[in-house]
Design a protein around this ligand. Structure first.
Ligand SMILES: [Zn+2]
Length: 219
């Protein structure tokens, strides 16, 4: 049976038919399929700990070596919260380097920084896939990422045309993030929006997931 994939959640969402990637802070112990990184909001710690980038990235690296950690993040840029942009970019670049070195994709938090993230992608030319999580913006901004080969993950709130553009680009993910939404409901709703069956949508996302990591492969 093809599982539902919840590509980014802060809760324990895995069940017999849902494979979820649970996000952990760098100082937590990741259990099961997970992602680990320093959230852009946590970058403010630099104000009280000058060595924060090095010390937190050492923890991220140690945890991302664990096989069950299938993605690195969430990392990224947030123009409305967190430390200054220079610090956030330095931290983001460290995650990108680790992602390339360990061969694990990135899950990205991006708030009011589309141009910056696209520019960094152009400049860094990463091999690893990048996923922008919790994408809520319009199709025009979605296309800036999609044209750069960056995929988009949608939660309970999204723009219909942006979701359609991501699906057409073969770059769509679904996620529950920190909400109490059910991933099965999100699939049902997205299938309606995209005029496909839930089974078709499940297969589409599942095929993308097993390219991301063989650990998504269900028995
Ligand atoms: Zn999140």
């Amino acid at each position: 049976m093809i599982p539902y994939i919840d590509i980014h959640t802060h809760h324990n969402q895995s069940t017999s038919d849902v494979i979820a990637v649970r996000n952990y802070d760098f100082d937590a112990t990741p259990i099961g399929l997970s992602s680990v990184g320093v959230h852009p909001w946590q970058s403010v710690t630099i104000n009280t700990d000058a060595d924060f980038i090095n010390s937190s990235m050492m923890e991220v690296e140690a945890k991302c070596m664990m096989p069950q950690v299938v993605m690195i993040g969430e990392t990224g840029l947030d123009a409305l919260r967190g430390a200054d942009m220079e610090t956030q970019q330095a931290l983001f670049l460290r995650h990108i380097a680790l992602s390339e070195r360990l061969g694990k994709p990135l899950v990205i938090h991006c708030v009011k920084a589309v141009e910056e993230v696209v520019a960094i992608h152009k400049q860094q030319r990463p091999i690893q896939p990048w996923i922008i999580h919790g994408f809520r913006k319009k199709a025009q901004l979605a296309k800036q990422f999609l044209q750069q080969g960056i995929s988009l993950s949608f939660g309970p709130r999204y723009d219909v045309e942006a979701m359609q553009a991501a699906y057409e680009a073969n770059a769509l993910w679904l996620e529950t993030d920190d909400t109490d939404a059910a991933i099965t409901d999100l699939y049902q709703e997205a299938a309606n929006v995209l005029s496909v069956s839930v089974e078709e949508l499940k297969l589409n996302i599942y095929q993308r997931a097993i390219q991301l990591s063989s650990l998504f492969r269900s028995e």
